[in-house]
Design a protein around this ligand. Sequence first.
Ligand code: ATP
Ligand code: ATP
Ligand code: MG
Ligand code: MG
Lengths: 166, 166, 152, 152
Amino acid sequence: GTIQRLTVTGFKSFRRRVVIPFHEGFTAIIGENGTGKSNIFDALTFVMGRRSRALRAERMEQLLHAPPNGEPVSEALVEITLDARNVPLGELVPEEGDELLLGRRISGGGSTYRLQGKTCPARSVEGVLSALSIEPDGHHIVEQGMVVDVLERSPRRRREILDEVA
Amino acid sequence: GTIQRLTVTGFKSFRRRVVIPFHEGFTAIIGENGTGKSNIFDALTFVMGRRSRALRAERMEQLLHAPPNGEPVSEALVEITLDARNVPLGELVPEEGDELLLGRRISGGGSTYRLQGKTCPARSVEGVLSALSIEPDGHHIVEQGMVVDVLERSPRRRREILDEVA
Amino acid sequence: KKERFFSVMEAVSAELNRLFCQLFRGGEAELSLAEPGNIESGLLIRARPPAKETRLLDALSGGEKTLVAIAFVLSLAAGRPAPFYLLDEVDAALDQANSERLARLLKEFAKEAQVIVISHNEEVVRYADRVYGVTMRQGASQVVALELVGHE
Amino acid sequence: KKERFFSVMEAVSAELNRLFCQLFRGGEAELSLAEPGNIESGLLIRARPPAKETRLLDALSGGEKTLVAIAFVLSLAAGRPAPFYLLDEVDAALDQANSERLARLLKEFAKEAQVIVISHNEEVVRYADRVYGVTMRQGASQVVALELVGHE
Ligand SMILES: Nc1ncnc2c1ncn2[C@@H]1O[C@H](COP(=O)(O)OP(=O)(O)OP(=O)(O)O)[C@@H](O)[C@H]1O
Ligand SMILES: Nc1ncnc2c1ncn2[C@@H]1O[C@H](COP(=O)(O)OP(=O)(O)OP(=O)(O)O)[C@@H](O)[C@H]1O
Ligand SMILES: [Mg+2]
Ligand SMILES: [Mg+2]
């Protein structure tokens, strides 16, 4: 389930198509304030199913790239390739393979998902990600400014995190 | 109303008496994680009337210094000297003067205030501080990790901040 | 009362814009009421970094939000100045260039009011008039005045 | 189900203690249930930095809380490992020495899982295997792979 590639077009501050190859090990992303670093994580969690509310936007349209002094683009596409070797996905995925291609496109007021190039419901994406131990709002994704949040939750909500991994 | 001196004994991580002379202009406080920097601000806001709840403690006793493997001390004293030149305090203060000495002592489960060396109710301290444009929970004191909090409040609560200064 | 409120709001909004432009080197910021004319309604903050669209405050980056918040807090002095400001690691989300811009602003601001900051950031500490170091030995804090070397 | 929960809690608690000791160079941390034996009750985290008393999590400093939170998040891998970790400026409250200790821990952790961090902190970036730089031109973000020079 590691991330092998991210492709972003028209999403938030990404106007032209940007492709980022990811690798195993320890990767750092740097850059000045406001350049788009957290937007990369927003793109990754968006394609995994996060709602616009949790992506610093009130409505889906606000995720469409809006250039300074220009019209917002009419659609956005985020695609991610995940390593699916040694993970039995069975009937969850139309075509078995070593790689899993996940996509989410925004147009009009809504969004559609794709799995291995074929349109699919959000539920299929959830199922596949869960089989890969990936949760779009899980403990393994820590948003900016939220690192101590896990300690400040109530003991009951903390226990639920343990349920996730038990 | 500028701070001229802080004296802390037995409060949080301050065991022996610590005296910090403050000056006009720009002062920086540095030190490794966990050494007691924020505790200095806690001492300053404590003597101005902040409640233990807002000082990362559930009860007043938890503000008493507790050494590793030892008994907590039985009392704590925080004193602060404020510049009171050119501020007409009139009957708010027992003895007029250029300096204002404020103190707060913890013993048993409660605390007592002193103004110019004489015990006084919390209300007197509030009155004097307000005349000096000082508010223990005011906008001019920004706690660690809370800098963007002022933007995240509701518009109605933000307006109240403007009321403070209008 | 109503006149007083509006004149203070004007003054704070103008000061917010000035501080914002200094920190962002351009752009604009202003205050307005949710229902113009009604002083009981909520206060809105609009901020537009240079070469960008105006967006919800929420859509700004972590560092950008920090700068807007600091500009707002300091702009309130245009209403009623406070004698001192205690700022605990307000620079935590800032990159090097913005830390330096913040430090220069605080140094200027410290001519009118007493400014005391806690920071791990060399960029900011360099601009201070005085530095105190805090250490801990066997669970007890100690504070010493540090010698200033190579300060701005 | 109950056995599974307790054995996972044991394993995570032991891993939390190991990571805590590595980050703090001593001390101890553990998980426990508000009502021992009742898996529906709340989860408590106890943490004691070296040479200090055990206190409420709230009384820890900003940097100490950050380290406990990171140790807890990473210790959950002892229950069910996640394939990747996305950490957005988790080091913002850390001083230089703790940033370096965190970076070493993440480098070790990255042998088992993919770790992607966003950071302004040179201490942390130095330990990365690969670095991407993000810039913005006329409101549009661009990303480039950076050459590693003098890396750990
Ligand atoms: N729909 C959009 N269209 C164009 N730009 C957008 C859109 N949504 C957000 N942005 C821009 O993205 C920027 C924020 O990016 P991001 O939060 O990724 O910054 P960052 O690199 O993480 O910075 P920091 O280091 O301060 O956290 C904002 O300045 C905003 O203008
Ligand atoms: N009642 C008390 N008695 C003794 N020590 C205490 C007491 N209350 C808090 N402390 C200690 O104070 C320390 C925290 O100090 P403080 O929050 O001021 O650190 P800091 O210098 O601000 O660190 P950081 O840079 O991480 O924010 C804790 O480690 C805690 O052990
Ligand atoms: Mg960010
Ligand atoms: Mg602190």
